[in-house]
Design a protein. Structure first.
Length: 455
């Protein structure tokens, strides 16, 4: 289905231009905020409302509000998909989103959701904007500042004349909008437009249904139809990936391209990097290099200042739980399943099986114990060297078996390893995807015993 995102890099653009749009490399911006909705394979996490996460580096994300929504639509379908966050020219933010709950992609809807926000700590002026009267959908809205017009363009996917294309409406206030115009139609079905304005040109990335790949087009102007013959990339990836986002690093010539998998069964985000957005060159990042917010779908990314980053954490709070990633299988997380501890590839349900509260060690406050979020009376402990999830019986033996000491990662000093409290020559590691404590001597052992604590 849908997906979107609008981006602006500052570069040589004017300050007004630079302050607008997704991940604008604007003076003062040094961090990022992500907006998204949530889905999970068995629908446990399905929540069609606005969620937020923050990141200091654009790759490692901290969900806010314990992973719960921060704004929920009250009209239309009562749900949203594909949120978009943009900093406005006069300060503050606008939030746009598809008016759709669930996965009824046959539903016609001419409206989108909209909010204003001074600081993303509260949301005001909720409304729905009618963008057209066509008997079709209005998916994945994004916006960009068109300095030549002195107006914002609202860009979205709709189907008229038998195929999906991108349409635009112009506005100065996100309240009153112009009539729709066809913006991008390359002659085949496309979905999920995202715009990056600046860096000497303008860039539109999209999903092509001709071959299922993500492409980039460029134009020297922002005029409707100016991108139609401007595709300059050979297609980043083929398969069930959509919802491209292009984000520029704030302090260097580096770009990230994000994409979302189509199905929540494979519901995860993918990322690529490039040192030159003008080059036809995107290199995939490994899951060791980034961590998406839990269950995040079709996100938006916008640049924020360090103060705004701190204020968002203060307002909404960081999670009281952690997820723990394997070093040599970075798409795998520590989880419990039928009380056995193991690593499994994300995503899965119940997703809560991978959430842990790292509490002071039951046998020593210098260590940690792994307390389950969805079974809060149970902890990870070792029994005959195998890790299991068990209820605390209050004994000193249980406390010792359930206590571990954090040490520098045995395979990577930027990661973490866990040494057993009562068997100090043994470390927590995975073997055949099952967790146990073992002595560590080989390179493989050290990799198996190294983890990343995140959210």
């Amino acid at each position: 289905m849908l997906q979107r995102r609008t981006l602006l890099a500052g570069g040589l653009a004017s300050l007004a231009l630079a302050r607008t749009g997704i991940a604008a490399a604007a003076p003062g911006d040094s961090a990022y905020v992500m907006g998204y909705f949530t889905e999970s394979p068995n629908k446990v996490a399905d929540r069609y409302a606005l969620h937020l996460a923050v990141s200091p580096d654009g790759l490692q994300w901290t969900p806010l509000n314990q992973g719960n929504p921060v704004a929920i639509p009250t009209a239309g379908t009562g749900g949203l998909r594909d949120p978009f966050i943009m900093r406005k020219q006069n300060g503050g933010f606008v939030v746009l989103a598809t008016d759709l709950t669930g996965t009824d992609f046959t539903r016609q809807n001419q409206y989108i959701h909209a909010w204003d926000s001074a600081d993303l700590r509260s949301f005001t002026g909720y409304r729905r904007l009618k963008l057209h009267s066509m008997p079709t959908h209005t998916w994945a809205p994004e916006a960009f500042w068109d300095a030549a017009r002195g107006q914002y363009g609202i860009l979205y996917s709709a189907n008229s004349g038998g195929r999906d294309a991108f349409y635009v409406n112009y506005t100065t206030d996100f309240v009153t909008v112009s009539a729709p115009q066809l913006f991008f139609d390359p002659g085949f079905n496309v979905l999920d437009a995202t715009m990056h304005v600046g860096n000497g040109a303008n860039y539109l990335y999209y999903k092509s249904f001709a071959d299922g790949r993500l492409y980039g087009a460029r134009s020297s102007t922002l005029n409707p139809r100016s991108f139609d013959r401007g595709t300059y990339t050979s297609g980043v990836v083929s398969g069930g990936i959509e919802a491209p986002i292009v984000v520029k690093a704030h302090n260097r010539n580096e770009w990230w391209l994000w994409g979302d998998s189509f199905s929540p069964v494979n519901g995860e985000l993918y990322a690529w990097r490039s040192g030159d957005i003008n080059a036809n060159s995107w290199t995939p990042l490994t899951k060791a290099q980034y961590t998406q917010p839990l269950n995040a779908k079709h996100p938006t990314i916008c640049g924020i200042t360090a103060t705004e980053h701190a204020d968002l954490l203060s307002r909404w709070g960081a999670p009281t739980w952690n997820r723990i990633k394997s070093y040599n299988f970075p798409d795998h997380l520590i989880r419990h399943a039928n009380n056995a501890a193991r690593i499994d590839p994300y995503p899965f349900d119940p997703y809560q099986d991978s959430q842990w509260r790292l509490v002071p060690g039951l046998a020593s406050s210098a260590g940690v114990s792994f307390r389950s979020v969805n079974f809060p009376d149970r902890y990870l402990r070792h029994v005959n060297y195998a890790l299991t999830l068990a209820a605390n019986d209050g004994s000193s033996a249980f406390a010792a078996d359930a206590t571990f000491h954090r040490v520098t990662g045995l395979a990577d000093p930027g990661w973490t390893s866990f040494r057993s409290h009562n068997f100090p020559d043994r470390y927590l590691r995975h073997s055949g995807y099952v967790l146990r404590i073992d002595p560590v001597s080989t390179t493989t052992d050290r990799a198996d015993a190294t983890f990343q604590i995140g959210h």
